[in-house]
Design a protein around this ligand. Structure first.
Ligand SMILES: Cc1cc2nc3c(=O)[nH]c(=O)nc-3n(C[C@H](O)[C@H](O)[C@H](O)COP(=O)(O)O)c2cc1C
Length: 363
């Protein structure tokens, strides 16, 4: 173990040039057919030149029914694979690794985008949903599992170095894991084992499609911070089970869009003051897992990154700091001492909601 964030490291079978990850970040720039746009290829060029050892794509829906944004990429047709290949080639040219994050948004998807029914673990309109879903059937669960695996195989074919299963933030897998959004009475609901069944089946199906020499990681909530939500002890046990099955690494996030006091994209983080809000859960994971744990959320300075590595965290994930300054890591490596200029105002979403993509919009 090293506390030098610029030393090389490994994740599964991958060797990374340093410990920095660009955390999955929807950029609001995908084409409406789900393909990656020329603007996205430029974005990934800038990010890979900016110094991170590994870039995670924004959440890519494994099927149209699981899509939440019109500009969200898809990975279910040949044209999607081809457009992702252009991103992968660009990232490789700059000697970074690329992991595709795979998601089904479930009850948090948008029917006006997919023109398909909204589905969730049960048919209740939960407080976190904007619309009423219907309960996903067992046959659909098996089909979605296959859609995840097919998307993972496409990511491999496109030249990605791995996939990250998005099991956090209140999307479909997280909806199954959390007692507050899963009131099923069959083998996919109730006990922790049952709530985790869908995730485990997704993982195992992905493995059966991509083999053991392809990196498969996961982003999961350490805690939902929501009444009756997933709590750290359960989240950790589920991840331990996956680690036994061969999961290569885990990124520990938290919350859902209406959770309190923390959401997945916590505001008002200040360098040196309140960095790393999910620290307790993340350290619990680090102590109890044999696989690399990535810290995410509110990491704003090189000192904090080094301190986390000292505490045996394996990888440092950044999202908003790289929206603000895509070359921040390169600058830190060249001796810059100042922390990220990002003050977590979340105004980067404003241009995206006007169709102009995610951009730093700090006042
Ligand atoms: C514009 C934006 C888009 C995001 N999109 C995703 C996403 O697609 N998948 C995901 O897991 N997290 C997503 N996140 C959350 C980040 O990956 C990260 O967990 C969170 O922003 C906290 O890290 P930070 O403080 O470094 O920004 C997004 C965050 C932002 C700001």
């Amino acid at each position: 173990m090293t506390d030098n964030p610029f030393a090389s490291t490994t994740l599964g079978r991958l060797t990374l040039k340093n410990h920095f990850i660009r955390s999955a970040t929807w950029d609001g720039m995908g084409l409406s057919d789900g393909s990656f746009s020329p603007a996205q290829i430029e974005l990934y060029r800038d990010l890979s030149r900016g110094g991170a050892g590994l870039l995670t794509t924004g959440y890519i829906a494994v099927t149209e029914q699981g899509r939440r944004n019109r500009e969200q990429n898809l990975l279910c047709e040949n044209r999607h694979t081809q457009s992702l290949r252009k991103v992968a080639e660009m990232v490789k040219r700059e000697e970074a690794a690329l992991v595709a994050q795979l998601v089904h948004c479930g009850g948090y998807a948008k029917t006006e985008i997919s023109n398909l029914p909204l589905i969730a673990p049960d048919g209740k309109r939960e407080p976190i949903f904007e619309d009423s879903p219907r309960a996903v059937t067992e046959a659909e669960i098996h089909n979605i599992t296959t859609q995840f695996a097919e998307a993972a195989a496409r990511a491999r074919e496109a030249g990605c170095d791995g996939v990250q299963i998005h099991a956090a933030h209140g999307y479909l897998i997280s909806q199954f894991l959390s007692p507050c959004t899963n009131h099923r009475r069959d083998e996919y609901g109730g006990s922790r084992e049952n709530r985790a069944r869908f995730l485990l089946e997704v993982y195992e199906k992905i493995r059966s499609y991509v083999g053991t020499d392809f990196t498969v990681t996961m982003k999961i909530n350490g805690s939902d911070y929501f009444p009756d939500g997933l709590e750290c002890a359960d989240s950790l046990k589920i991840t331990q089970q996956l680690a036994k099955l061969g999961l290569d690494g885990v990124e520990v996030s938290g919350g859902n869009p209406i959770s309190k006091p923390l959401t997945p994209i916590p505001r008002a983080i200040k360098a040196g003051e309140n960095e790393v809000p999910f620290q307790n859960e993340m350290l619990a994971f680090t102590e109890s897992l044999p696989i690399p744990v990535a810290a995410v959320a509110g990491i704003r300075s090189l000192e904090t990154a080094a301190e986390l590595l000292k505490q045996k965290v394996a990888l440092i994930s950044l999202s908003r700091p790289l929206i603000s300054e895509p070359d921040l890591i390169k600058q830190w490596q060249s001796g810059r001492e100042e922390p990220s200029r990002c003050d977590s105002c979340n105004r980067c979403f404003i241009p995206a909601f006007k169709g102009k993509g995610i951009k730093c919009n700090k006042k």
